[in-house]
Design a protein around this ligand. Sequence first.
Ligand code: THU
Length: 161
Amino acid sequence: MASELNINITIDVLESEEELTAQEKEALQVAQEAANDAYAPYSNFLVGASLLLEDGSIFRGSNQENAAYPSGLCAERTALFGMSAQYPNKKIKLLAVTARRLSEEKFLPAMPCGACRQVMSEYEHKQQEAIPVILQGPEGTFYRCHSVSDLLPLQFTKDHL
Ligand code: THU
């Protein structure tokens, strides 16, 4: 019989905003502000991401769409690439993501797409320190992931090249 690889992933489900730390609240707030500035005229789906850096500053990104659809980029990657281009050596302490529809004020669950998880994973390996991820969950909840690796098991990394 084939053996099994059991992967255990624990993600905290926070029932309300009160359970967030002050830093998580601030990072989510910045992600919400970033979402409001998204350029998403095709999907009308506004995504915001924020990165709390080791010096306490918060870098933000939002999805940027394009008439040539595949040329657009997700919020998580605009934040990560922008941050890394400006501050290549700063460590990320926390990544927050949220989203909303243009037509509604309430923020919605925002689960990073596969390509963004891959990019998040690259920066986690680069800084050799886990990046916790806080995500807007369903019905007023929030998901706290302790590391990007919890969002992307069996990762492809530069060590495989
Ligand atoms: N989007 C993000 O910004 N992040 C994700 O992880 C998933 C999707 C954006 C891309 C596109 O502009 C819009 O959401 C609809 O897919």
